[in-house]
Design a protein around this ligand. Structure first.
Ligand SMILES: NC(=O)N[C@H]1NC(=O)NC1=O
Ligand SMILES: [Zn+2]
Ligand SMILES: [Zn+2]
Length: 521
C-alpha cells in the first residue's frame, strides 16, 4: 500500500520509504486521539505536505513519531481535538476606507487566534464597497501582505449595479449580499424588490450565492387583512432610548419575516440560484423557510454566535456593545434557534458565523459604566447609551468557537456530537456556502491542511489579550468562556499558538481566495 497516495486508512506500521516516493515532498504530521474527520470523532494522524499545504493522508489511529522519517515535524496533541480550521463566512474587515474600525491585519490575526483559518469579507463598510470590479481590485490591493488567514471576498448588490455582477463572479467573489433595509452606511443603499428581481434574472445561471440582510419595515397594509399578518413597530420609541427593550420593540421579528417572504416571492425567477439569509435572528421565520425548502427553493440561512449565546433580558441599560441588526431577541428565541440547529432532519440553519462588524468605540456611545468605555477609550460627549444612535454591530471574530462551546456545555449537550456539529456549522457548511468545499472546511485528503487544535476543557476570561481585533469593544469582554484554541494551522504551517503567539518572523501567509466558483453540476 502507498499510504501517501491513498485516502483514509489505518495501518499499524508504515513504510518510511514510501515518503520519499511522494515527490520527495516534506511533510508535517499532526495527531490526536480526538479529531473530527468526516463527521466522526476519532483518533487520527494527519499528514500534510509542506510543499502544497494539502492533506495527503489521514490514518484513523495515532501513529508514533517513529513511524515517520527522523526530523519530520510531528505533534501529538492528545487529548485536544483536531478540528477543521473554521471558515467564518461573515466578517466586515472595513479596509480600505474605514481601517480605523478594522483591517485585514488585525481582523485576520483575531481570526487566527480563534482557530478561524478562512474569513469571507462582507462588501460593505469599506470605502469603496465591493459593488464594482474597480472596488474589488481596491480591496485586493489593500489586502496584500496583511492576511494572517485566507480571505475570500463577497460582492455587494446595490441599486443600479446589476451590470457589474457577472464580472464580479469572474473576479472571484464568493457570493453577493444585498440589504433590504438601511445598512447604516450611505455608500451601500438598500435594494428594492425590482432590484432583486433584476439581480435574480442576471445571476440565475451563475455559480454563486445571493444573500440578503433580511429586515424590512412592513407597509401598513401588510398588518391588516386576513392573509399574512405582519405586526408593525411602534411609530415612536416605546420607552427610553437607552433601554434595550425599546430598541428591540423597534425591530420586531415581523421585519425579518416580511423581508424573507419578499425574497421567497421572487425566488422563482432564479430556481437554480442558491439563496441565503444572513444572520437569521427571528425563529418566527423558520417555518416559511422550511416550507419553501420543501417546495424545492434553494435557500439556506445562517445564525450568529451572539443570537445563540446572548439574550435581551440580560442586556443592561445603555450597553450598546450588544446592539446589532437584526437584534438579539429574548431567551425563548435563543432556545428556538438552538432547537432548530439541532434538528437532525433538516435544519434550515446550516451555518453559524460571527457577523463581526466592529467600529471605533466612540460610535458605540458607551456610557461610562460599560466596560470598554472605562478602559481608556475615548469618552464621547454623547456617551449616553442611546441604542438608536449607536453603531449596530458586534465584534467577535475569533471568539466564536469558545462562545458556542460554552453555551453548548451550559445546555448540557453531548460533547462528541457538539464537536462534530461545530465542525459542520462553522467549517464544512460555511465552506460550502461560499463555494470552497473542495479546498476548505474538512479534514480530508486533498483539502488544505487547516487545523484548529481545540482544548475543550480549558477556560479563559475575554480581555484585551483575547480580543485581537482592532477595537477592544465586545459584549463578551469580562465573560469567562470555555474552550481554548491552542494552535492554529494554515495550509500545514502553524500560524498562531496560545503560548508563543504569531510566527512574526514568517509574517502573514494568508492568501486571497479568488478562484471563481465552479459551476454547479
Ligand atoms: N453595516 C453593517 O455592518 N451592518 C451590520 N451590523 C449589524 O449589526 N448587522 C449588520 O448587517
Ligand atoms: Zn447584515
Ligand atoms: Zn454583517
Amino acid at each position: 500500500m502507498a499510504p501517501y497516495a491513498t485516502g483514509t486508512s489505518a495501518p499499524h506500521t508504515i513504510d518510511p520509504g514510501a515518503i520519499t516516493d511522494t515527490n520527495g515532498s516534506e511533510i508535517t504530521v499532526l495527531a490526536s486521539t480526538r479529531a473530527v474527520i468526516e463527521d466522526r470523532l476519532t483518533a487520527a494522524t494527519i499528514v500534510i505536505s509542506a510543499t502544497t499545504g494539502k492533506i495527503i493522508s489521514i490514518f484513523h489511529s495515532v501513529l508514533e513519531a517513529s513511524s515517520f522519517p527522523a526530523g519530520t515535524p510531528y505533534t501529538d496533541y492528545s487529548p485536544h481535538v483536531l478540528l477543521p480550521g473554521l471558515v467564518d463566512a461573515h466578517v466586515h474587515l472595513n479596509e480600505p476606507g474605514r481601517t480605523e474600525w478594522e483591517g485585514f491585519w488585525t481582523g485576520t490575526r483575531a481570526a487566527a487566534f480563534g482557530g478561524v483559518t478562512t474569513v469571507v469579507d462582507m462588501p460593505l463598510n469599506a470605502i469603496p464597497p465591493t459593488t464594482t470590479v474597480a472596488g474589488l481590485k481596491e480591496k485586493i490591493a489593500a489586502a496584500q501582505g496583511q492576511c494572517w488567514v485566507d480571505v475570500g471576498l463577497y460582492g455587494g448588490i446595490v441599486p443600479g449595479n446589476v451590470h457589474e455582477l457577472k464580472s464580479l463572479v469572474r473576479g472571484g467573489v464568493r457570493g453577493f449580499k444585498g440589504f433590504m433595509i438601511d445598512s447604516g452606511v450611505e455608500e451601500f443603499p438598500a435594494v428594492s424588490s425590482e432590484d432583486i428581481a433584476a439581480v435574480f434574472e442576471e445571476l440565475a445561471d451563475e455559480p454563486t450565492t445571493v444573500m440578503f440582510h433580511a429586515e424590512m419595515i412592513p407597509p401598513v397594509s401588510a398588518s391588516i387583512g386576513d392573509d399574512v399578518q405582519f405586526s408593525l413597530p411602534p411609530l415612536v420609541p416605546s420607552g427610553p432610548l437607552d433601554r434595550y427593550q425599546t430598541f428591540l420593540d423597534s425591530r420586531p421579528s415581523s421585519f425579518e419575516t416580511y423581508a424573507i417572504a419578499e425574497v421567497l416571492s421572487l425566488a422563482h425567477l432564479a430556481p437554480k440560484l442558491p439563496l441565503h439569509i444572513v444572520h437569521l435572528s427571528a425563529t418566527e421565520a423558520i417555518p416559511m423557510i422550511r416550507e419553501a425548502r420543501a417546495k424545492g427553493v434553494k435557500i439556506t440561512t445562517e445564525t450568529c454566535f451572539h443570537y445563540l449565546s446572548l439574550a435581551a433580558e440580560q442586556i443592561q441599560e445603555g450597553d450598546t456593545r450588544h446592539k446589532c441588526c437584526p437584534p438579539i431577541r429574548e431567551q425563548a428565541n435563543q432556545d428556538g434557534l438552538w432547537q432548530e440547529l439541532l434538528d437532525m432532519n433538516d435544519s434550515v440553519i446550516k451555518t453559524v458565523v460571527s457577523d463581526h462588524s466592529p467600529c471605533t468605540p466612540n460610535l458605540k456611545l458607551l456610557p461610562a459604566h460599560v466596560p470598554g468605555a472605562e478602559s481608556g477609550l475615548e469618552a464621547s460627549d454623547q456617551s449616553n447609551g442611546d441604542f438608536f444612535s449607536a453603531w449596530g454591530g458586534i465584534s467577535s471574530v475569533g471568539l466564536g468557537i469558545s462562545v458556542l462551546w460554552t453555551e453548548a456545555m451550559r445546555r448540557s449537550l453531548p460533547t462528541d456530537e457538539t464537536l462534530r456539529n461545530i465542525a459542520m456549522w462553522c467549517s464544512v457548511n460555511t465552506a460550502k456556502q461560499v463555494g470552497l468545499e473542495r479546498q476548505k472546511g474538512a479534514l480530508k485528503v486533498g483539502m488544505d491542511g487547516d487545523v484548529a487544535v481545540f482544548d475543550d476543557e480549558a477556560e479563559f476570561e475575554v480581555q484585551s489579550n483575547a480580543m485581537l481585533f482592532r477595537n477592544k469593544c465586545s459584549p463578551y469582554q469580562g465573560k469567562t468562556v470555555k474552550g481554548v484554541v491552542r494552535h492554529t494551522w494554515l495550509r500545514g504551517r502553524m500560524i498562531h499558538s496560545r503560548e508563543a503567539g504569531f510566527s512574526e518572523k514568517t509574517g502573514p501567509v494568508g492568501r486571497m481566495l479568488l478562484e471563481p466558483r465552479a459551476k454547479a453540476l
